[in-house]
Structures are given as structure tokens and as C-alpha cells.
Write a protein that binds this ligand. Structure first.
Ligand code: FMN
Ligand code: SF4
Length: 447
């Protein structure tokens, strides 16, 4: 049984209330930090923990915090990124729904460490019921003296507010989130300057994922060194994984990093294997923006070693034979699933969500979506497959924010690993349409 640092008490009845949360050890980290540690001590513990940001990129949290500029007389802000709109990723929602005080507690300790007196939780616009849950937890924290003026008599003041998101995936990109919080359209900013220097209202700002902020609680409680003992190599601690697709037991799991992918998919403790006794065909291990892995590279690397649930192991071999842990959205496809259809589905999402500022992304995502749509509808040509790869190259690395890359990588990987399936759609249009839509191709409108 893996250790649980975040979800240990998630199923305790009433844990969403302050009283039950406190009875189960809640808010200890605030007492410890405010009474016995300097803000710098807290930063050092987070650095020692090796915690890597859980929002997708895996950048070390302690290092990010150390970059925060501290000019005299200028406020600093901590923004919690609870926008969570990546297809296949729903772990932050689960954490906030089940154990909202853990996020509030993490926000208090992290804000103290960073010297912020006003912090915000930016919650996805579609998560309105989650917003209400977190709002209630914040109100309880105020009522019990953990937020507001002179918290626990320490002299430290903190106000915490919620900002409902703009209902767009791009608002999860940190600079777009800042724009949106400022009341503007959520368009990403050109970096530099980075938010650590010039963020919300031009002030130094840290943007962190929900899970990253929650992980600061056990790090402060038990010490960074203890946290670093869990996991493997530079992938320390535990990680929330939202597992979905053709699994016997989809759901949100807290795993110790370094667990084998094989065990995660097939053991009864975790996903319980592939649903309906089918075989696995492919897996997207880190949310819709990461490269897909074919069956032979899911549990084993190209070198034949066990693939592990860690930042390094999932990426082993680069994009030719690896993928990314990303946001932990683990999507499994069984042998009956159509890769072309799935790739089109993701491409539709990115084309719809592109903010339109950069031509390669605005035009390229729409173009890829159109080409994939015609392939899926049995109206594609062989040269469409190479055309997709061409468009990909034009987008990758040529945009303001990583949404362009996020749109390009899954298409490139699907063609790399499943080219025959794309070709089959061209050579067998009627069968492809019948299989995927259940009707003859001449009845298929190309909408
Ligand atoms: C298009 C796009 C959407 C993103 N959406 C999210 C999101 O919903 N939640 C999140 O934490 N990070 C998201 N990110 C990453 C954030 O920009 C940022 O790196 C992250 O919030 C930093 O937190 P961390 O260091 O704790 O991982 C997104 C990035 C891009 C490019
Ligand atoms: S890459 Fe796409 S989403 Fe990002 S700024 Fe450019 S157009 Fe907008």
C-alpha cells in the first residue's frame, strides 16, 4: 500500500469541515511555520524536498520560489492555478472537492514563505460547485483565526480570495491567468519578464498548481528531507494521477513516484487492468498535451527496462520512444479504440482553445484539425499524413506560449507510432467510417 500524504484523510466523513479537518491534524503546518520558522526556513524546506511543480512542466517549486523578486514597498502575490482544463486531468478538482482545507492550509504556509499578504485561488470557470466548497473552507479559516489580520498572534496578515476562471483552457497558462485575474482577456504575455519579476499588476508573483501548494503542508509538517526520501531520483514525493479511459477502476490515485507503470495499470490496488478483458493499445500518460505511447512502450522503455511513474522514466528516450508525466492525466485506450479519431478529438480541442495571438498556432491548429477531420471521415489522402507532420514542424517552438507545442506533440506522436492506422483510413475509407461512426461513408457529412 503506497503512502498517502495528500489524500490520507480524504475519505474521513466531514473532512471538508474545519472542525473534522483540524481534529485530523489540519493546520499544524501553519502553527509550526508561523510560530517556529522564518519565511526563509519554509522556502529552504521546500527546496530540500525536491518538490517539482505538479501543473505539468515539473519545474522545481523551491527554485521557482527563490526567483521571486523582493523590491521594497511592493506587494508580492501567490496565485494558485486551479484552472485545470486539460482533457484527461481532474486531480485538482478531486483534491479541492474532497479536502478543501488542505489547499487553504497550503496557501497560508506558502504565502507566509513568499511574504504575500494577499493571495488568490483562480478556479476553473466550469468548477462552480468546487468554488463554493473552497469558499466555505476559506470562510471557516477566517472564522478560526487562520486568515485575516495577525494570524495566530504571529503578526502575519493574509487575505485569501477566489477568482472564478474565464472558462478557457488558455487561462491556465500562468501569464494568461494573470491577465484574466486583472480583468482582461486571458491572452498569454511574452516572457521575459517572468511573473517572478513582473506578474499580477506588475508586481512579483508566483503561480503554482493546486497539488504543488497542497504538498507544502506535509513538507512543512515532516521536513523537506523526509519528503525527499519518497519517490525516485529527481521525482520526489507522491503524485496525484487521474486515470481514465478503458480501465477497470478509473479514478484519482495518489501514488509514490517511482511506482511501475505495469503495477499502476494492472494491480488491483490501482487501476485493476483493462476493462472488459481487452488488450491495451495505447496510453497518454500525462494529459492530452503529451505524446501518446504505443502498447510496447507503455510498461517498458525502448531499452527494455521497466517504465516507472516518474518524470524521468516516462520521458526516457525523448519523444521518439517516451512521453511525459505532465499533469498526471493518465488516459488508456484499449485495442478497439481508433487512434485517428482520438487524435482528431484532441486537435479539435486545441484548435478551439487557441487564443489566436500567434499565426502558427492560430492557423496551424485549425489546419491540423481540418486535415484530421477529413481523414477520420474517410475523405483523406495519403499526402495528408505528411502534411500534418509539416504543419507540426511549423508550429513547434514558434509561438508565444506552449499551447502550440501542446497541440503539435500529440499529432506528431500519433503519426510516429500509428502511421499504418492513418494510412488505413485513406485506403479503407468506407470501413473506417463504418467502424467509427456506424454508417456508410457516402452518408457521412464532412461537417
Ligand atoms: C495552455 C496551458 C494551460 C495550462 N493549464 C494549467 C492548469 O490548468 N493548471 C496548472 O497548474 N498549470 C497549468 N499550466 C501550466 C502553468 O502555466 C504553470 O506552469 C503552472 O501553473 C505552474 O505551477 P507549478 O509550478 O506548481 O506546476 C498550463 C500551461 C499552458 C501552456
Ligand atoms: S501559442 Fe496559441 S494559445 Fe499560446 S499565445 Fe500563441 S496563439 Fe495564443
Amino acid at each position: 500500500m503506497g503512502r498517502k500524504l495528500l489524500l490520507e484523510h480524504a475519505n474521513v466523513p466531514g473532512i471538508e469541515t474545519f472542525e473534522v479537518y483540524r481534529r485530523n491534524g489540519g493546520y499544524r503546518s501553519v502553527e509550526k511555520a508561523l510560530k517556529t520558522m522564518s519565511p526563509q526556513n519554509v522556502v529552504e524546506e521546500v527546496q530540500a524536498s525536491g518538490l517539482r511543480g505538479r501543473g505539468g512542466a515539473g519545474f522545481p517549486t523551491g527554485m521557482k520560489w527563490s526567483f521571486l523578486a523582493k523590491p521594497e514597498g511592493v506587494p508580492r502575490y501567490l496565485l494558485c492555478n486551479a484552472d485545470e482544463s486539460e482533457p484527461g486531468t481532474f486531480k485538482d478538482r478531486y483534491l479541492m472537492e474532497k479536502i478543501p482545507h488542505l489547499l487553504v492550509e497550503g496557501m497560508i504556509v506558502s504565502s507566509y514563505a513568499l511574504g504575500c499578504n494577499q493571495s488568490y485561488i483562480y478556479i476553473r470557470g466550469e468548477y462552480m460547485w468546487v468554488l463554493e466548497i473552497v469558499e466555505k473552507a476559506i470562510a471557516e479559516a477566517y472564522a478560526n483565526g487562520f486568515l485575516g489580520k495577525n494570524i495566530l498572534g504571529s503578526g502575519y496578515d493574509l487575505d485569501l480570495a477566489i477568482a472564478p476562471g474565464g472558462g478557457a483552457y488558455i487561462c491556465g497558462e500562468e501569464t494568461a491567468l494573470i491577465e484574466s485575474l486583472e480583468g482582461k482577456r486571458g491572452n498569454p504575455r511574452i516572457k521575459p519578464p517572468f511573473p517572478a519579476v513582473k506578474g499580477l499588476w506588475g508586481c512579483p508573483t508566483v503561480v503554482n498548481n493546486v497539488e504543488s501548494i497542497a504538498a507544502v503542508v506535509p513538507i512543512v509538517n515532516d521536513g523537506g528531507a523526509e519528503y525527499a526520501k519518497i519517490g525516485i531520483g529527481k521525482s520526489t514525493g507522491t503524485k496525484l494521477i487521474s486515470a481514465c479511459g478503458n480501465l477497470v477502476k478509473p479514478g484519482v490515485y495518489e501514488i509514490e513516484l517511482g511506482l511501475s507503470v505495469e503495477e499502476f495499470i494492472y494491480s488491483d490496488e490501482w487501476c485493476g487492468g483493462i476493462a472488459n478483458g481487452k488488450k491495451i493499445k495505447a496510453c497518454v500518460p500525462g494529459g492530452s498535451s503529451v505524446p501518446i505511447l504505443p502498447a510496447n512502450l507503455i510498461t517498458k522503455t525502448a531499452e527494455g527496462t521497466d517504465r516507472l511513474m516518474s518524470y524521468e522514466s516516462l520521458a526516457e528516450g525523448g519523444f521518439a520512444t517516451g512521453s511525459m508525466l505532465g499533469s498526471g492525466g493518465f488516459i488508456v485506450f484499449d485495442e478497439d479504440q481508433c487512434i485517428v479519431r482520438n487524435t482528431w478529438n484532441f486537435a479539435r480541442f486545441y484548435a478551439h482553445e487557441s487564443c489566436g495571438q500567434c499565426s502558427p498556432c492560430r492557423e496551424g491548429t485549425g489546419w491540423m484539425e481540418k486535415v484530421l477531420r477529413r481523414l477520420e471521415h474517410g475523405q483523406g489522402h495519403m499526402h495528408d499524413i505528411d502534411l500534418l507532420a509539416e504543419i507540426n514542424k511549423k508550429i513547434e517552438g514558434n509561438t508565444i506560449c506552449p499551447l502550440g507545442d501542446a497541440a503539435a506533440w500529440p499529432v506528431a506522436a500519433a503519426i510516429r507510432h500509428f502511421r499504418e492506422e492513418f494510412e488505413w483510413h485513406v485506403t479503407h475509407p468506407d470501413e473506417a467510417v463504418k467502424r467509427n461512426f456506424g454508417i456508410a461513408s457516402n452518408h457521412m457529412p464532412l461537417v
